[in-house]
Design a protein. Structure first.
Length: 197
C-alpha cells in the first residue's frame, strides 16, 4: 500500500478550542450533525476522554468526542458490512507486506486535545505504531489511512470537518465510502478527491 508523505500539520491543528456555542443550533451547525446523534449526557461541552471510554464500553453505541460533546457514530448493518469487507482486504494486503496494523470501527484516535475520532477502518504503519505515545487505550496519533463509511445521517458539513481534522492531525490518506452511490472518494488532502466507482 503506497502511502503519500506526511503533510505538514496545518495551523488548524494548533488553533485553540472554539468558543462555547451560544445556542444548540450554533453547536449543531459547528458539529455538522443532526440532533439525533448528539448525546446530552454528560452535559454539552463537558464530555471528556473518560466519558467516551465509558460510553463506548457499554456497547449501546459508539461515540466520538468533539468540542466536549459526545457524538454518536452511525453504523448500521450496511455500513458494518462494508467495513468488514474493507478490513478483510486491507488486512490481507497489510499482512502480506508487513506494513503495520489495521483497526476496526471501535478504535479511537486522539487527533488533538478534546478531539477523538473513530474511523470505520484505520491503518497505522509500523513507523507510527512503534512510538510509545501512539499505543494505549486512546493513541495520540493520526492513522496513516482513515476510512469513513457514509450512513444516511452523515452530513456534508460533518464529513468536511472530519477530513479537515484528519489531515490537520497528519493522516496521509482518507477514503470516504458511499454505499448507496457505490463509490469511494480518495483524499490526499481535505479537498479535491479522486472518485472511484
Amino acid at each position: 500500500m503506497a502511502v503519500a508523505p506526511a503533510p505538514r500539520k496545518s495551523k488548524a491543528a494548533r488553533t485553540p478550542a472554539p468558543a462555547p456555542a451560544a445556542t444548540v443550533a450554533d453547536l449543531l451547525k459547528r458539529l455538522g450533525v443532526p440532533p439525533s446523534r448528539v448525546r446530552l449526557t454528560p452535559p454539552l461541552g463537558t464530555a471528556t476522554e473518560r466519558d467516551l471510554i465509558a460510553t463506548n464500553a457499554k456497547k449501546e453505541c459508539l461515540v466520538e468526542l468533539v468540542d466536549g460533546v459526545l457524538v454518536e457514530k452511525p453504523m448500521g448493518s450496511e455500513e458494518s458490512n462494508w467495513a468488514a469487507l474493507l478490513i478483510m482486504h486491507i488486512t490481507a494486503f497489510v499482512l502480506r507486506h508487513d506494513l503495520g496494523k489495521v483497526y476496526v470501527p471501535d478504535g479511537p484516535y486522539k487527533l488533538a486535545p478534546g478531539l477523538i475520532r473513530l474511523p470505520a477502518v484505520a491503518f497505522l504503519s509500523w513507523a507510527r505504531y512503534r512510538k510509545p505515545k501512539h499505543r494505549g487505550e486512546i493513541p495520540a496519533v493520526a492513522p496513516d489511512l482513515a476510512v469513513e463509511i457514509l450512513s444516511r445521517s452523515n452530513t456534508k458539513r460533518e464529513m468536511e470537518r472530519k477530513l479537515g481534522e484528519y489531515f490537520a492531525a497528519g493522516v496521509r490518506l482518507a477514503w470516504v465510502v458511499d454505499p448507496r452511490r457505490r463509490e469511494v472518494r480518495v483524499f490526499t488532502s481535505p479537498t479535491d478527491p479522486v472518485v472511484l466507482t
